[in-house]
Design a protein around this ligand. Structure first.
Ligand SMILES: Cc1cc2nc3c(=O)[nH]c(=O)nc-3n(C[C@H](O)[C@H](O)[C@H](O)COP(=O)(O)OP(=O)(O)OC[C@H]3O[C@@H](n4cnc5c(N)ncnc54)[C@H](O)[C@@H]3O)c2cc1C
Length: 498
């Protein structure tokens, strides 16, 4: 105990000098918050001088997000989150919150010269087999969740890649393979534990703080820090998977098949995909990739029959468990500087999608000199049955999507190596997207829906929500965060405007 106190005191003294040397880059209130947090719980605070701090600055997917905060705080439970928020609010300190660190733009989950509140250490999970639910703390990844459900033959609709974080994805909506049957991740949340900006802890369910419950279904980080999600789980002990790749000559048919699969999806059987087209600028080879997953053991999975008539260059079918399937879907941190950005069209617009793909190919060839260029054209499908879940579950979600039309997100995911290309790459993506979206608008095939998980920092997903839902979100925000801690002090992600 004494040695702990001495360690704490030494750390605090060292910290004060580090804070002093950092003060020129700090924002107002930040030194006050870092000092107070250190004093309260020295073991939970990291300062720039330490090696652990350095390692934690790399715990972001996009290299662009690895900026340097003045201090990092790692609460280990909801009470410590509450304590930290109270300090941040009273010092008027600007801060960012990090879950899995996968949102990819600078400032989405980190803050230069501010306080980073990192949730990595809040990791417990518990499965309630009888209720078929799992309670998940925000330091977990989706691989952790699928691993915990595995012994019970249960599955839930979270992220499709291994290391994406639970909290960020769940708060913005969440695309899983089986959205066609279970809706989006937010539609499977039964309750949220939330720490509000004044440090108060509340629970939000369909019957308790139900306005906040609704707002958290897609309303992102405008209301508080979620310290527990209770998610519905579903009996799916095994899944049938298919991995197929296609050459450039087949891309038109590949896009047509994606459109056909989306339009014909009835949601009876949980099935869905990741569909992408990769352009290898070194070899000049273009290839299409389908990752298809269906519930059950029918192999090959029949819900991907739209692709059957296209000759694949590679095909691997398998029957496995969700845990095993997700366990190798690695998306390592800090591989590149990377930007997502997208727009959305009606799912039956496959001819137009092919045209956009062709234009993308030309646009990529014009920036081939960019070092480390890694361009991917992604199709994220949104069958109308996915929107039906929220329409019929008595709660809804903030997207308020109609369920009479299926949609496809066309997304640019572009990686590159050097900071000097940041502005060029952002301008390139923005110009390409806005030009083609305007054509889609003129053709009457565009949707204004934008998904926060696939959007660029220059896009505003709230403009795609029904206006009355945005107003309702504002009303909820004024009830639960009257001090506007999450509007004026917390940076990151996509914020409701004032
Ligand atoms: C490689 C990759 C694969 C992806 N795959 C999918 C996919 O299959 N399906 C899908 O829907 N999306 C996917 N996404 C998008 C992903 O959902 C978002 O990037 C999401 O924000 C990631 O969550 P996170 O916890 O890792 O994010 P973070 O970057 O840690 O957080 C995202 C935002 O949420 C805030 N936040 C985090 N935790 C909390 C909390 N507990 N309370 C309040 N606010 C909080 C942060 O401050 C930040 O603004 C993918 C992204 C990448 C990079």
């Amino acid at each position: 105990m004494i040695s702990q106190l001495l360690f704490g005191a030494t750390l605090f003294a060292a910290a004060k000098s580090t804070l002093a040397t950092n003060s020129s880059t700090s924002r107002p209130g930040v030194d006050c918050a870092c000092s107070a947090l250190l004093q309260k719980n020295p073991d939970s605070v990291l300062l720039p001088a330490s090696a652990t701090f350095e390692a934690q600055t790399k715990h972001f997917w996009d290299i662009r997000s690895a900026v340097i905060p003045s201090c990092m705080v790692f609460p280990s439970n909801a009470d410590e989150v509450s304590e930290a928020l109270t300090v941040l609010a009273s010092c008027n300190a600007q801060f960012a919150v990090r879950g899995g660190g996968h949102m990819n733009f600078p400032g989405s989950n980190n803050i230069e010269g501010g306080v980073l509140l990192a949730l990595n250490n809040i990791t417990d999970m518990s499965v309630d087999e009888a209720a078929s639910t799992i309670a998940v703390r925000p330091g977990n990844t989706w691989a952790d969740v699928y691993g915990a459900l595995d012994p019970y033959g249960l599955y839930t609709n979270g992220g499709r890649m291994k290391t994406v974080g639970v909290p960020g994805l769940t708060l913005i909506g969440g695309f899983h393979y089986f959205i066609n049957k279970w809706g989006y991740t937010m539609d499977s949340v039964k309750s949220y534990d939330v720490v509000l900006g004044n440090g108060t802890q509340v629970v939000a369910t369909s019957t308790c703080n139900s306005d906040l419950f609704w707002a958290l279904k897609g309303g992102a980080n405008n209301f508080g820090i979620v310290t527990k999600f209770v998610l519905q789980a579903y009996k799916v002990p095994q899944i049938s998977t298919t991995i197929q790749s296609f050459d450039e000559a087949s891309i038109e048919k590949f896009i047509q098949a994606t459109s056909e699969m989306t339009i014909n999806d009835d949601g009876q059987v949980g099935a869905g995909s990741v569909v992408s087209i990769n352009y290898n600028v070194t070899t000049d080879v273009i290839s299409g990739l389908l990752l298809g997953v269906q519930e059950g053991t029918e192999s090959p999975p029949s819900r991907f029959s739209a692709y059957t008539n296209i000759p694949p260059t590679m095909q691997i079918n398998n029957v496995t468990t969700p845990k095993v399937w997700h366990s190798d879907k690695e998306t390592p941190n800090q591989m590149f500087r990377v930007q997502f950005a997208h727009h959305t069209v009606r799912a039956d617009a496959s001819a137009r999608l092919y045209e956009i793909y062709q234009a993308w190919k030309v646009a990529v060839s014009e920036i081939k000199d960019v070092e480390g260029l890694y361009p991917t054209f992604v199709l994220n499908v949104m069958p109308k049955s996915a929107a039906s879940v929220a329409k019929n579950n008595g709660v809804g979600n903030v997207w308020g999507l109609p369920d009479d039309e299926s949609l496809i997100i066309w997304q640019l995911s572009t990686g590159w190596a050097n900071a000097e290309d940041d502005l060029r790459m952002t301008a390139w993506a923005k110009n390409f997207l806005e030009y083609h979206h305007a054509i889609n608008q003129a053709m009457g095939i565009a949707s204004e829906f934008l998904y926060m998980g696939d959007a660029g920092e220059f896009q505003n997903p709230y403009l795609g929500f029904p206006a009355e839902n945005v107003q309702r979100l504002r009303d909820v925000r004024s009830r639960y965060d009257p001090g506007q801690v999450f509007t004026k002090l917390n940076w990151g992600g996509f914020k409701l405007s004032i």
